[in-house]
Ligand binder design. Structure first.
Ligand code: SF4
Length: 461
């Protein structure tokens, strides 16, 4: 392994085929390693942010709020209060004398002005240090204003991004169970862990509608406070982004007895399998559901497969590196790239578990690099070593790809293209194709020498 990999990080990297996998993960980032990970507060913010009719108030210095302002391309079919970023803008004087009064005043003003259905109040690093009593302020405000005002205990320094997901789940659990559940169908679900990037949840909801399944609440893409408050009435929870909402599913199973299934709407097999799992779950209540689902999948695949085959011709054999937040997404991406004939040579995640990496190893080709909680230096090294044609990641990975002269596909918060569902697979193939096949990569330093050599050879002949 090269010297760009710090000694203390070596046990968080594994190459498939080189001994048994025993990757270290789910631990705090190494100080000084400049992790790609976000903080605990950011973890909470990305999960709760798409609840569109809630007020989201960041109790902390302005930088925390700016860092997470409109952080996802999470679309709403109605209110858009979530897109505003409110902050108590804590200053030195508040650090000395405490920020509780400022927080009360901010909540008072914002709730009166925006009339939200609920308010989430996020704790940041500095609030954890000065010890403001968020619980007490929120309780008092909730009584005064008559809406749920929920503290999110997400002090940035208290762990990894996963802690932030947990804090968000705990806040939502307080909301669940506060509204009646009359009229909910026995064949009903909640969609967990989809954030309606580029309108993806609308595609998925349409599939369930065609199958005859009622969706009670989106948790949290295009989410509404009232829906989440009664989502304990649904018969089943579907958990996609397991890192962010699996905790909530487990809490609901324990508290309300609601079972859950882990699903993924990315790629062909996983999308179809998710629908079939739901059909199988409800087949006793609704005997026609399996047939309807088969018909739906058949119709969608008839449209999709010829198009995928067209893109595959150009993409066959091209190499891909993947670095994503939750490792569950990586499973689906690996399978999706196989449909395009592409070879995945590196897979990493910010929050993967030992089980996730073991599963990834099972489905990866020998020699694939698996990496937990990587940093820019490591990612750059792996991209160069494997000479990849495409890097898949999010906003923090994009500059790495472009600086190295590699095609990039945004599979994270900010994307504007829907990549879920069967239609999403087609969008994905199109985007990958246009990025990988762009002639611009022949003129960046990494490849330009090869082009010059080839040209020289042709001239000499
Ligand atoms: S909570 Fe802490 S780590 Fe997170 S953005 Fe704010 S100051 Fe930075």
């Amino acid at each position: 392994m090269s010297t760009t990999i710090l000694e203390e990080r070596k046990d968080q990297i594994h190459r498939t085929g080189e001994g048994d996998i025993d990757i270290a993960c789910n631990r705090p980032s190494l100080a000084g390693a400049v992790s790609q990970r976000a903080c605990v507060f950011c973890g909470s913010r990305v999960v709760l942010y798409p609840i569109a009719d809630a007020l989201h108030l960041v109790h902390g210095p302005i930088g925390c709020a700016v860092y997470t302002w409109d952080i996802r391309g999470a679309l709403s079919s109605g209110p858009e209060l979530h897109r505003l970023s409110f902050s108590t803008d804590l200053q030195e004087i508040d650090v000395i004398f405490g920020g509780e009064k400022k927080l009360s005043a901010a909540l008072d003003e914002l709730i009166d002005r925006h009339n939200p259905k609920a308010a989430f109040v996020y704790s940041t690093c500095i609030v954890g240090l000065i010890g403001d009593d968020l619980e007490a302020v929120c309780r008092k405000m909730s009584e005064e204003k008559g809406i749920p005002v929920l503290p999110v205990q997400s002090e940035g320094f208290k762990g990894s991004k996963r802690e932030g997901y947990l804090a968000a789940c705990k806040a939502m659990l307080k909301l669940i169970g506060t509204r009646p559940i009359d009229g909910i169908s026995p064949t009903s679900i909640n969609i967990f862990g989809d954030f309606n990037l580029a309108g993806e949840i609308w595609i998925i909801r349409d599939y369930f509608k065609r199958m005859g399944v009622e969706v009670v609440a989106n948790v949290t893409g295009d989410g509404r406070v009232d829906d989440i408050s009664r989502c304990h009435g649904a018969a089943l929870n579907l958990v996609q982004c397991s890192g962010s909402t699996l905790d909530l599913a487990k809490m609901m199973e324990e508290k309300y007895g609601t079972p859950y299934l882990r699903v993924s709407y990315l790629g062909i097999e996983d999308m179809a399998d998710s629908l079939y799992q739901v059909a199988d779950f409800f087949k006793e209540q609704d005997p026609g559901i399996v047939e309807r689902t088969q018909e739906l999948v058949r119709e969608e695949l008839e449209k999709l497969m010829p198009e995928v085959a067209r893109y595959r011709k150009d993409l066959e054999g091209k190499k891909v590196a993947i670095y994503v937040g939750g490792s569950f997404k990586a499973f689906s991406l690996l399978k999706a790239f196989r449909h395009l004939g592409m070879k995945v040579v590196m897979v990493g995640s910010q929050t993967g578990t030992k089980e996730d990496y073991a599963e990834l190893e099972q489905i990866s080709d020998p020699g694939t690099i698996l990496v937990d909680d990587a940093n820019p230096l490591e990612l750059s090294q792996f991209i160069k070593e494997k000479d990849v044609d495409l890097f898949v990641g999010g906003v923090k990975e994009r500059p790495i790809a472009y600086k190295l002269g590699v095609g990039f596909c945004d599979h994270n918060h900010e994307r504007k293209e829907a990549l879920e569902g069967f239609v999403g697979m087609l969008n994905f193939a199109r985007e990958v194709h246009s990025s990988v096949m762009s002639p611009v990569w022949n003129f960046v330093p990494r490849r330009a020498n090869r082009v010059i050599e080839t040209t020289k050879g042709a001239v000499n002949e």
